[in-house]
Design a protein around this ligand. Structure first.
Ligand code: PGA
Length: 248
């Protein structure tokens, strides 16, 4: 299985910067054919730059793109929301559900995230469902319990390996420069794999990504860790060179 290298731009970039960044990513992947063979890249720009990224990618098939969030509703009077069918119409193939910043700043519950992920897969896209414990929960010895609860309660009905990806992102590692150790990642990803096996027939094929301060120095090692099928990169995805160096 190819590694999934996902770049979450979050709420960054001017329009001009977004154009330059996607152009640099495309050129970088073109110049290094080996990157294309081993990896699948997906970019998550802010909603408003989705058409810009789509236009820049044209017919390139080695980089996909998606949305950082989507509405849990089909359509209707939900001011400011963007539905999964709109994302599908905009040629997105992925959408993230339940990033810890949405859980924290928008008070999203596991039930909200499940509903969002269900909209994503119902519209033929792949949902990236994010889970991860806080520092306090880890220090309290509750990391596995918290992660399992989030996983089971956020997993969309009808999830299988081709429509759902899990991203394990310990909250304490996001944007902090504190990466989980390879041993911690190994243990948690194996735990998630086993938990998925309780629920799904094709759990061994479901991708589990790691996210949290992934950079060109630690990325290649993390990607070699068993049960790590890719990475979700925030800060380092804002420089094409750093983003691509993570893939090797
Ligand atoms: P970071 O963000 O790489 O900046 O830590 C990761 C994420 O939030 O997905």
């Amino acid at each position: 299985m190819k590694k999934l290298i996902a770049g979450n731009w979050k709420m960054n970039c001017s329009l001009e910067e977004a154009k330059l960044l996607i152009a640099d990513v495309i050129n970088g992947v073109y110049q290094n054919q080996a990157l294309q063979g081993d990896n699948e890249f997906v970019i998550f720009p802010p909603f408003i730059y989705l058409p810009t990224v789509r236009h820049a990618l044209g017919n390139h098939t080695f980089i996909s793109f998606g949305a950082q969030d989507c509405s849990p509703h089909d359509k209707g009077a939900y001011t400011g929301d963007i539905s999964a069918s709109m994302l599908k119409d905009s040629a997105c193939t992925y959408a993230i559900a339940g990033h810890s910043e949405r859980r924290k700043y928008h008070c999203e519950s596991n039930a909200d995230i499940k509903a969002k992920a269900e909209q994503v897969i119902k519209n033929g896209m792949t949902a990236i469902v994010c889970i991860g414990e806080t520092q306090e929960e880890r220090d309290g010895g509750r990391a596995e319990e918290v992660v399992q609860k989030q996983l089971f309660e956020s997993l969309p009905a009808g999830a299988h390996a081709r429509n759902t990806v899990i991203a394990y992102e310990p909250v304490w590692a996001i944007g902090t420069g504190k990466t989980a150790s390879e041993t911690d990642i190994l243990m948690m990803h194996s735990f998630i794999r086993e938990a998925l096996e309780e629920k799904l027939a094709d759990a061994e094929n479901m991708r589990i990504l790691y996210g949290g301060s992934v950079n060109p120095e630690n990325g290649p090692g993390i990607l070699k860790t068993p049960n790590v099928d890719g990475v979700l990169v925030g800060g380092a995805s804002l420089k094409a060179q750093d983003f691509l160096a993570i893939a090797g």
